[in-house]
Design a protein around this ligand. Structure first.
Ligand code: PMT
Length: 222
């Protein structure tokens, strides 16, 4: 077969939720299944890329021909992403917990009869922003925006704030079935405008998105 358009390229992809411990048996997480991120990793490998997929805990098989690094917390995900650099492009599809418990307990928190414990949260590092603004920034950086209202406006703000080249915005309100489901309706946002795609399977979204990334890399533009 002819070499794929991403042959010789290294693509970093994040996928799935992160899991932030409260104590040895409890954690904070979200409904991400990893389907969208894993589909992107598979699509990049299908075009010939070397792919590193950094994934939180998911119940999916590893995509064929992809190096999978399994992590639990946001801090571990950041470390694994930094260890995977340099990369030509990076796609941050993971649903990273914005907050973690300040001090997770060494032992299972017990009911004391004095009411529920107060959990103090602290902010997690922003993996996308750290890498997009870091010294080893990939040439093409793609973020996601998971929103439940004002999807495009919020996503445009994230494009600027996080310093990425493209944002894939999706509506994760429960009635859309996007988180955990097989289909997605995305708006692709760049500094030059917004493109709204029809509802597609997550595999189709991945194929079209990776083709865009390949084109940008080939043209040598971000
Ligand atoms: O996994 P599935 O069930 O297939 O569902 C797919 C999805 C809905 C999870 C996916 O399409 C998606 O929207 N992923 C991004 C989820 C998210 O965390 O969005 P956000 O708007 O909170 O974050 C914006 C961007 O910053 C994302 O690229 C995120 O990976 C990144 N981020 C966020 C927080 C943080 N601490 N570090 C980050 O890198």
């Amino acid at each position: 077969p002819a070499p794929g358009p991403l042959k010789g390229r290294h693509i970093l992809v994040t996928s799935g939720p992160t899991r932030e411990p409260i104590d040895p048996v409890r954690y904070i997480a979200n409904h991400s299944s990893g389907k969208q991120g894993h589909a992107i990793a598979a699509a990049a490998a299908a075009l010939g890329a070397r792919v590193t997929l950094v994934s939180g805990p998911v119940r999916l098989p590893d995509p064929a021909g992809v190096e999978v690094v399994r992590v639990e917390t946001a801090r571990d995900m950041l470390k694994a992403c930094e260890a995977a650099l340099p990369a030509d492009a990076a796609v941050f599809a993971a649903a990273v917990a914005d907050w973690r418990v300040a001090r997770d307990a060494d032992h299972k928190i017990k009911k004391t009869g004095e009411g529920p414990p107060a959990l103090v949260l602290v902010e997690n590092p922003d993996i996308l922003a750290t890498i997009a603004r870091g010294p080893r920034r990939p040439a093409v950086v793609v973020g996601f925006a998971a929103e439940t209202c004002h999807v495009i406006d919020h996503a445009k703000a994230k494009l600027a704030r996080k310093g990425c080249d493209l944002i894939v915005a999706n509506d994760v309100s429960p009635e859309t079935g996007v988180m955990g489901g097989d289909r997605n309706r995305i708006h692709l946002i760049s500094t030059s405008g917004v493109e709204s795609w029809p509802e597609l399977s997550k595999d189709e979204v991945a194929t079209c998105l990776v083709a865009r990334i390949a084109k940008r890399l080939a043209r040598g533009e971000p």
